[in-house]
Ligand binder design. Structure first.
Ligand code: SF4
Length: 301
């Protein structure tokens, strides 16, 4: 794998200070940020400011990912997710997916642009032979090609839609992930959901699957500053509904609380060991307000 490294992107990182915390309850989901912030696209809203040239968060070595999966297996993990950056840029992604599928149901979050016929064939063969289910989540931001590509880059729409069709033709039912950044956001989450379902049905996909995500004010969408959660905000709120109570992310430099904050020093919970990260998570970041208000999870469900 050959990538150029340069100075890390300066991320606006408020201090954890005396933030309220979420206790760790169980390990439901292991996330592996396999390519760090290395991506072939450079979307305008990307929460970790991924891009092609200078990943401020490096890809992780395959052995780090394998060790995390071994530890997660022993700790009873229920799901594994691969994310980045773009996971299909990683030279060993197929072998790592095979390893993950021996442990738990596994999902890849992708922009879909690197899934051609040969890759779709390999993914379908992997899914057929695996002990657990393989899910592919393909990101799109609008059902209008021009509007989508203004956010995700020229040509991204056609390649992602092609990937969705190739996977569907092979019996994999991709989950299309959309954010509320699209021009239809005023229609609300439900409106975006219906619009994407209709679009996918129009492609001949009988059982369209759509996940709508809020936009977080970090990475390329950072507006600087922002409100933080307080103990008063959380009074009577079940903190166990936040994904940081049952998920952990292995990324460059250690284990982090959630996929949204992976790589940020304030969200780092251990230098490497998964079990060592099973402790309180500080809700220190303005993005925690979005989780609290929307009830969102990065997981499939
Ligand atoms: S961003 Fe959300 S999931 Fe991550 S630590 Fe904050 S509340 Fe938890």
């Amino acid at each position: 794998m050959s990538i150029r490294m340069s100075l890390p992107l300066v991320v606006n990182e408020p201090g954890a200070g005396h933030a309220p915390v979420v206790p760790f309850l169980r390990l439901s989901a292991l996330w592996i940020q396999i390519t760090g912030t290395w991506c072939n696209l450079e979307c305008t809203h990307c929460i970790n400011a991924s891009g092609p040239d200078d990943p401020w968060l490096k890809p992780i070595a395959p052995e780090v990912a394998r060790e995390a999966m071994r530890e997660a297996d022993a700790l009873g993990v229920k799901e594994i997710y691969f994310t980045g950056g773009e996971p299909f840029l990683h030279g060993e992604i197929m072998g790592l997916l095979a390893d993950a599928l021996a442990v738990a149901p596994t999902t890849v979050l992708t922009n879909g642009t690197l899934i051609d016929e040969a890759m779709a064939d390999r993914l379908a063969a992997l899914a057929r032979s695996a002990a657990y289910s393989l899910e592919i989540r393909v990101s799109l931001d609008d059902t209008d090609p021009a509007k989508n590509d203004r956010i995700r880059g020229a040509g991204a729409f056609d390649k992602a839609v092609r990937a969705i069709q190739l996977l569907h033709e092979r019996g994999l039912l991709p989950i299309v992930t959309a954010t509320e950044i699209s021009s239809h956001e005023h229609a609300g989450r439900r409106g975006i959901y219906e619009r994407f379902r209709e679009f996918l049905a129009g492609l001949g996909i009988e059982k369209p699957r759509v996940k709508v995500m809020p936009v977080f004010a970090l990475g390329r969408s950072s507006r600087g500053g922002g409100r933080r959660l307080t103990e008063d905000d959380l009074e009577g709120f079940d903190r166990g509904t936040l994904q940081c109570s049952d998920s952990r992310v292995v990324a460059d430099g250690g284990v982090y609380a959630c996929p949204i904050l992976a790589g940020l020093p304030g969200a780092k919970l251990s230098d490497g060991g998964l079990e060592a990260s099973f402790r309180d998570t500080p809700l220190y970041h303005p993005s925690c307000v979005t989780c609290h208000e929307t009830g969102m999870t990065c997981k499939n469900g």
